[in-house]
Ligand binder design. Structure first.
Ligand SMILES: Nc1nc2c(c(=O)[nH]1)N[C@H]1C(S)=C(S)[C@@H](COP(=O)(O)OP(=O)(O)OC[C@H]3O[C@@H](n4cnc5c(=O)[nH]c(N)nc54)[C@H](O)[C@@H]3O)O[C@H]1N2
Ligand SMILES: Nc1nc2c(c(=O)[nH]1)N[C@H]1C(S)=C(S)[C@@H](COP(=O)(O)OP(=O)(O)OC[C@H]3O[C@@H](n4cnc5c(=O)[nH]c(N)nc54)[C@H](O)[C@@H]3O)O[C@H]1N2
Ligand SMILES: [Mo]
Length: 677
């Protein structure tokens, strides 16, 4: 039998699945062919969800740490003991002594019931801010009033050029590829701007590889050329925007030759970009998350917004500066799920979690982790482990023994998406929502999280906190939906929410002025320059650490969710090296190298990259081993806007520790390696 269900992974694509269970019990997942984005295909991460469901390594019973051992215990014991820890904390220091750390490991609507539990206690300490995309969200809020994206069909049908700027669509947003192809078949040009090599660049008319973190300069220098050449949309600047004059006069600070030196992008390429935005119409810009993971990440997104807006690509079919899809929030009543009203919450920032924990007064006594693996994913993870060590009781809810679970006192097994009913409502890009249905029963003793928190509330003598059932909660959260839409969602497995396919076409923006704001009063209020501005003095430099380490999202798996992938779990990560790194350090493909900075060091296998910025090292985030996670390398610095981790402002050096060996010599190679390391 086929069951329509949904992919809950935090991703641009938010796919709809069709699941089939074979007689052998094997679950086959495929894409729902009717879904206009999924179009019948899913990625390796999606398929892995079935493997994860049935994996031998899955946690199937509540576990309690005793010394160095994990002892299986009953749910009754787990709930009783954890309730006791909660009670003690409430008595000793109050509800701020309880931390709920969560992230978006699942995009299920009902997952927010976790928060309901803590708010029901009167409040808690809670993680806020973003390891992901907040600087860019805030930048677009200053400029447009909200971060909206055009429908992909609009790009496919109307764009004359597509600029994929800092987004690795071939890895992280694969369902975009057919739309790009469709536009290219019509004759649209494709330009890729990326610090690292990308598969998509092979299909592109042009690839530009700036020095990491410098794209804002590139955009503003290109805009200066457009200003000087008169390649501007004067009607837009006059009728639909404010502050152009302020920005226009600020552009003189970006000298073309200097920008070329800082960005490592030749002057001809900066001109190429200016001409593309200035003379082609319309240009669709697809922005990635990577570019705003820097100290000036927010300004960088504002700079690109300004380039595209001034040259006439905002509010027109086939245009847009597409970073995120934030138009869908109004369709959901999250308060109906979280019941937050009246709760007293102390905020701790995800990007600076370790420091916030160490400084907390009152201190955290009980920490709950849901939908996340912070020890692998939060910057400065060495310090985080240290901070967690001081917490009396740590409870991790997950399906696997993650790097965070390894540091816990209790690990509680939750259900996998294929065992759950939920509305999957998080999309970073399009405007579809999907419905998850149970395909198979929960394995072992795994329980849905809402049930875990219901049991805990009962153990605390507070069952009213989690009163309700799945159907009621869903109906309450979707009460703004038109009659019949929920039934359609359940029947088809997905529905489209009605938002404009071309954003800002009516010229009305959600900014204070109601116009596009080249000069933003909100930015000034928040302590920033009114106009997009990049300061070269703020690029990180360290004579001892000449290269940038980019710990980007893995091609084949979702960040730290690699438990079922032997090739991802090896003892050594792959370090992809730009040509400059390889040449300066005398490294060849396959050599063993040590990647290090002041905080961490790891032995990796080198893969030399012919394309990309020459002085960049890339490792895929989520790997851990050799006593470290890759976030042992990163620092907890913030980007300029919002609350955003500047994870890619990370410098490193690389040295060769052993030569490459051919397959036959591998065994003795290991000895050679052991001797040299
Ligand atoms: N396969 C896979 N897909 C995923 C995920 C995953 O883990 N695996 N994760 C999902 C999530 S949570 C997110 S947030 C998204 C992230 O999706 P992306 O935005 O695509 O990915 P990032 O890893 O944040 O950024 C990596 C890209 O940014 C580029 N980049 C980095 N710094 C710079 C710079 O300074 N300038 C320019 N021009 N480019 C730069 C890199 O070259 C790389 O192409 O992907 C989602 N999709
Ligand atoms: N250095 C560096 N660090 C990064 C990034 C980077 O590019 N570089 N990217 C950042 C980004 S964009 C993001 S979004 C964050 C993400 O950070 P996380 O969300 O912590 O990342 P994941 O590794 O996907 O871990 C999710 C965990 O949730 C579990 N999980 C899945 N579904 C459920 C569920 O329903 N309930 C519960 N309880 N658990 C569930 C999974 O098994 C997994 O262990 O990481 C950030 N960290
Ligand atoms: Mo993310």
């Amino acid at each position: 039998m086929k069951v329509k269900t949904a992919c809950p992974i935090d991703c641009y694509d938010a796919c709809a699945f069709v699941a089939e269970v074979g007689e052998d019990g094997e679950i086959r997942l495929s894409g729902n062919p009717e879904h206009p984005i999924t179009r019948g295909t899913i990625c390796n991460r999606g398929r892995q969800l079935a493997v994860r469901r049935n994996s031998r390594d899955r946690v199937l019973q509540p576990l309690k740490r005793e010394g160095d051992e994990w002892i299986p215990i009953s749910w009754e014991q787990a709930m009783r003991e954890i309730a006791q820890e909660v009670r003690r904390t409430l008595e000793e220091v109050g509800h701020h002594g309880i931390l709920h750390y969560y992230d978006w490991g699942s995009g299920g609507l009902l997952k927010s019931l976790n928060q309901r539990f803590f708010y029901g206690l009167g409040g808690c300490s809670e993680a806020i801010g973003s390891l992901c995309w907040d600087a860019g969200i805030r930048a677009q809020t200053y400029d447009f009033g909200q971060a909206n994206s055009h429908a992909p069909e609009d790009m496919a049908q109307h764009a004359e050029a597509i600029v994929v700027w800092g987004r690795n669509v071939a890895n992280t947003n694969v369902h975009m590829i057919p739309f790009i192809r469709e536009a290219q078949t019509r004759g649209a040009k494709l330009v890729v701007i990326s610090a690292l090599p990308q598969d998509l660049a092979r299909r592109a008319d042009k690839a530009i590889y700036p020095r990491p973190g410098t794209d804002g300069l590139l955009a503003l220098a290109a805009l200066r050329i457009c200003r000087d050449e008169g390649w501007l949309d004067h009607a837009f600047l006059r009728d639909r925007a404010v502050g152009w004059e302020d920005l226009a006069s600020d552009l003189d600070r970006y000298d073309l030759d200097e920008v070329a030196r800082w960005t490592d992008v030749p002057v001809e390429d900066i001109r190429f970009l200016a001409e593309l935005y200035g003379k082609t119409r319309p240009v669709c810009t697809l922005l990635g998350i990577g570019m705003q993971r820097y100290a000036q990440g927010g300004q960088t997104i504002r700079a690109i917004d300004a380039l595209a807006a001034a040259t006439g690509h905002v509010g027109v079919p086939g245009g847009g500066v597409n970073y995120a899809q934030r138009q869908l929030g109004r369709f959901y009543d999250e308060e109906a799920i979280t019941n937050r009203r009246g709760a007293n919450v102390r905020e701790m920032l995800r990007p600076t979690l370790a420091a916030d924990l160490l400084a907390a007064d009152p201190p955290i006594q009980v920490m709950f982790v849901t939908r996340s693996n912070p020890v692998a994913q939060v910057p400065d993870s060495g310090r985080l482990r240290e901070a967690m060590d001081r917490i009396r009781c740590k409870v991790v809810i997950d399906t696997f023994m993650t790097a965070t679970a390894e540091c816990a006192d209790y690990v509680l097994p939750c259900t996998n998406v294929l065992e759950e009913e939920d509305v999957v409502y998080t999309t970073m890009w399009h405007d579809y929502v999907s419905y998850a249905r149970p395909v198979v029963p929960p394995r072992g003793e795994a329980r849905p999280e809402w049930q875990i928190f219901r049991d805990l509330a009962a153990a605390l003598g507070r069952p009213e906190i989690m009163e309700g059932d799945v159907d009621t909660w869903i109906r309450q959260a979707l009460r703004r939906w038109p009659e019949g839409k929920l039934e359609e969602l359940r029947e088809r497995g997905f529905v489209r929410l009605e938002v404009p396919s071309v954003s800002w076409q009516d010229g009305r923006f959600l900014t204070p002025s109601g116009k596009f704001e080249f000069a933003s009063s909100l930015a000034v209020r928040d302590g920033h320059s009114a106009v997009a501005r990049i300061e070269v003095g703020r690029f990180p430099e360290d004579a001892d650490l000449p290269y940038t380490l980019l710990t980007v999202h893995p091609r084949k798996w979702q960040m730290s969710q690699r438990d079922t992938l032997p090739e991802a779990k090896g003892p050594h990560p792959i370090a992809e090296l730009g040509l400059g790194v390889a040449a300066e350090r005398g490294i060849q493909d396959g050599d063993w190298v040590r990647v290090r900075n002041k905080k961490a060091s790891v032995i990796a296998r080198a893969r030399v990259q012919a394309e990309g910025h020459p002085r960049v090292v890339r490792m895929e985030i989520g790997w851990h081993g050799q006593g470290v996670t890759l976030n042992d390398f990163t620092s907890d610095g913030l980007a300029d806007f919002g609350i955003q981790a500047a994870l890619y402002d990370c410098l490193c050096d690389v040295e060769k520790v052993a030569f490459a060996l051919d397959e036959n010599a591998r065994a003795s190679g290991k000895e050679a390696l052991a001797r040299q390391v």
